[in-house]
Design a protein around this ligand. Structure first.
Ligand code: URA
Length: 233
């Protein structure tokens, strides 16, 4: 919400008073004097007027989880354990997932209470690289490299996938970098070559790499620079 609207919503100030408060430099947002009426006030912002706290600001929370296979990427599920069940944190109902992984996929999953941040992480046009380690049932046809780089036609969505980079590491193992996140995308891409994905593990999203000190099921809070990679500068 705009700062001037936030202040006008308080019953004690009319619009003219709000303008005066702002020009006189009495309002601080996140500890900085703020005179810009268009400044964005979020639930996470701390807003002060002189020595008075108008809004304390909720704590923004960001986690990376090493998702194990067999745990659902959802906030609730009638049968399976969900990734939120793995977090020993208060108010997990306030958290949501910044992207999903299939039930049997493992690896990096981002969890937050900041909707603006998670929308940037998951934006289909965000072009943030997502890197996967893929194990397949049959040997990987080297023709995949060229086809994935050119884009594959997905009939259901009627689109051509973004150019993806495939690096074959072993006859049945590859590293795949995608710049989008379509439904079951990796499995469908290998499915085009009648090759079944038997193991899928996400290594990174944008600049955030899965911390190799985390065992499956473990998590940690994100560092400031990891969060900043998806913030508007
Ligand atoms: N592609 C898939 O097919 N599954 C995942 O979990 C992620 C990407």
């Amino acid at each position: 919400m705009r700062l001037d609207r936030f202040l006008s919503n308080l019953p004690r100030f009319n619009r003219q008073e709000v303008r005066q408060l702002l020009t006189s430099g009495r309002v601080r947002v996140d500890s900085q004097v703020c005179r810009d009426s268009h400044s964005d006030v979020r639930v996470f912002s701390r807003v002060e007027l002189d020595a008075e706290v108008l809004q304390a600001g909720k704590a923004a929370r960001y986690f990376m989880l090493h998702k194990p296979p067999g745990v659902v990427s959802a906030t609730e599920h009638p049968e399976h354990r969900t990734v939120l069940d793995l977090l020993d944190e208060p108010d997990t109902h306030d958290l949501h997932l910044a992207g999903r992984l299939d039930l049997n996929t493992s690896g990096l999953l981002l969890i937050t209470n900041d909707g603006q941040w998670s929308r940037r992480v998951t934006a289909p046009t965000g072009k943030q690289p997502k890197v996967y380690l893929v194990d397949t049932e049959d040997p990987i046809d080297p023709a995949c490299i060229e086809v994935f780089a050119c884009g594959l036609y997905f009939r259901f969505e009627d689109l051509l996938t973004q150019p993806a980079e495939l690096q074959i590491l072993a006859p049945r193992q590859a590293r795949l970098t995608l710049y989008e996140g379509r439904y079951h995308q990796v499995k469908r891409m290998f499915g085009h070559f009648q090759n079944k994905v038997v193991g899928l593990h996400r290594l990174s999203v944008g600049a955030i790499q899965l911390d190799d000190r985390l065992s499956p099921g473990q998590y940690r809070t994100l560092a400031a620079e990891e969060i900043a990679g998806f913030e508007i500068n």
